[in-house]
Design a protein around this ligand. Structure first.
Ligand code: NDP
Length: 451
């Protein structure tokens, strides 16, 4: 608790005690609290109104059983979660994650981050998150559909365009969103398109939503580089992951002239010194859904595969790093290696991919560091644009939507940078994002009374 203002320490201790055994949630709260000392010094009223304690306590947490039948006719059980964290700014908004590692602590960490991220977009959305410990890997299409339908059979009663609006996350893409929306529509007998985002264009999805998180992180990182008169042009870039966020980061970085030399999945990473061949990567990961080693096998000369445990993707010399797989994937050791190798900027595409030690190393070395709650906010921002299009029965072109996204990312960047300046820490995007997000939510909560 060394870096935390002494007035905030009892609040953090209470969060840890009340949410025992949830280390990722403690980590997320700790990281925000590190930034809030300067805020309460300026505005002690936040403490008197217990605004920080209130923000750390979810408004509602739902845990439920998800029974489903596999292709062999055997009954299976998973656990479902939805944490409706904060609705001061609008309906709860945040994705659903399907991954065996999901538990209530992971969902609370993601939901907590989401509150501030959503506030930073400047759009009227509260924070929430959900998911299940279901593992979609190796499941048939029929199994995925039955699982999604069973999950929604419980979840639908907690959702609504004005109440709670989920979207995708790890393991939840277009196909899952379709099955979830279909079951919601059937149970509610309402065509409420704005109840879920990340939909296919055919039934109310927004153009550029699929690309938005990766594109958004690239816009944010570009804006950071520009503050030091730098750019992506000609830079060596490493992007971890090979899912939605990673693939669209690679696409945008390449369009800005950067050379992405490596990406990964949970089985290892590939290096391609000639620059990642995006159509080949998409073919392998999206169409054929194979392991990343296939990329090296098919690409041949210039590319090779390194299996998990045989080295770190962050050991590769690069000027820009974009961790876009999962939480705590970039350690203190990795950060030191990046600094040694001359990294200029790190933009977090995933949620909390850098460990607290890694963040400390990067900030101390004065590396441009875009924290996920700001840098990856493009996805949820475009989800809010999808809700806007659904509400007005309108459809925007790809270009129009991407233009809005680019503007939102620039605004988030500038707002974080200005807040960091105002609070005496120029260039510190962590502090800027935490304070700017917190103040927006806290002010709304204050006006709504003690609820
Ligand atoms: P996907 O499921 O599309 O892709 C995730 C990628 O990360 C896959 O390549 C996966 O490999 C890899 N991965 C997942 N878990 C691990 C692990 N434990 N170790 C190593 N690699 C892993 O998810 P997204 O791209 O949508 O999400 C990635 C990150 O971005 C998450 O942190 C998510 O919360 C965050 N995010 C996503 C947004 C979105 O719009 N999709 C919005 C904002 C943040 P494998 O296939 O082998 O599991």
């Amino acid at each position: 608790m060394n870096n935390i203002d002494e007035k905030l320490q009892p609040i953090l201790a209470k969060v840890v005690q009340r949410n025992a055994g949830e280390p990722e949630f403690h980590q997320a709260v700790h990281e925000v609290m590190e930034s809030l000392g300067r805020v309460i010094a300026k505005n002690p009223d936040y403490l008197e109104q217990a605004l920080i304690e209130r923000i750390c306590e979810p408004e509602r947490q739902i845990i439920f059983r998800i029974p489903w039948v596999d292709d062999q006719g055997k009954a299976q059980i998973n656990r479902g979660f939805r944490v409706q964290f904060n609705s001061a700014l609008g309906p709860y908004k945040g994705g659903l994650r399907f991954h065996p590692s999901v538990n209530i602590g992971i969902i609370k960490f993601l939901g907590f981050e989401q509150i501030f991220k959503n506030a930073l977009t400047g759009l009227p959305i509260g924070g929430g998150k959900g998911g299940s410990d279901f593992d979609p890997k190796g499941k048939s299409d029929g199994e995925i559909m039955r699982f999604c339908q069973s999950l929604m059979t419980e979840l639908f009663r907690h959702l609504g365009e004005q109440t709670d609006v989920p979207a995708g996350d790890i393991g939840v893409g277009r196909r899952e969103i379709g099955y979830l929306f279909g079951q919601y529509k059937r149970l509610s007998n309402r065509y409420e398109a704005g109840v879920i985002t990340g939909k296919a264009i055919a039934y109310g999805g927004s153009r550029a939503r699929t690309e938005a998180t990766g594109f958004g992180n690239t816009y944010f990182t570009k804006a950071m580089l520009e503050t030091r008169k730098s750019s992506f042009d000609g830079k060596r870039v490493v992007v971890s992951g090979a899912g939605n966020v990673a693939i669209h980061s690679i696409e945008k970085v390449q369009s800005f002239g950067g050379k992405v030399i490596a990406c990964s999945d949970s089985s290892g990473y590939v290096v391609d010194e000639t620059g990642i061949d995006l159509p080949l990567l998409q073919e392998i990961k999206i169409i054929r859904q194979e392991r990343i080693s296939e990329y090296a096998r098919l690409k041949g000369a210039g590319a090779h595969f390194v299996p998990i445990g045989k080295g770190s993707i962050w050991d590769l010399p690069c000027q820009v790093a974009m961790p876009s797989a999962t939480q705590n994937e970039l350690s203190g050791r990795d950060a030191r290696k990046l600094v040694q190798n001359g990294v200029e900027a790190v933009g977090e595409g995933a949620n909390m991919p850098c460990t607290p030690e890694a963040v400390r190393v990067l900030r101390k070395a004065n590396i441009l560091f875009g924290p996920g709650k700001a840098a990856n906010a493009g996805g949820v921002a475009t989800s809010a644009l999808e809700m806007q299009q659904n509400a007005s029965r309108d459809r925007w072109s790809f270009e129009q939507t991407e233009e809005r996204l680019a503007q939102i990312m620039q605004n988030i960047h500038d707002h974080c940078a200005e807040t960091a300046d105002e609070f005496g820490a120029p260039g510190d995007y962590v502090l800027g994002a935490n304070i700017a997000g917190f103040v927006r939510v806290a002010e709304a909560m204050r006006m709504l009374g003690v609820i």
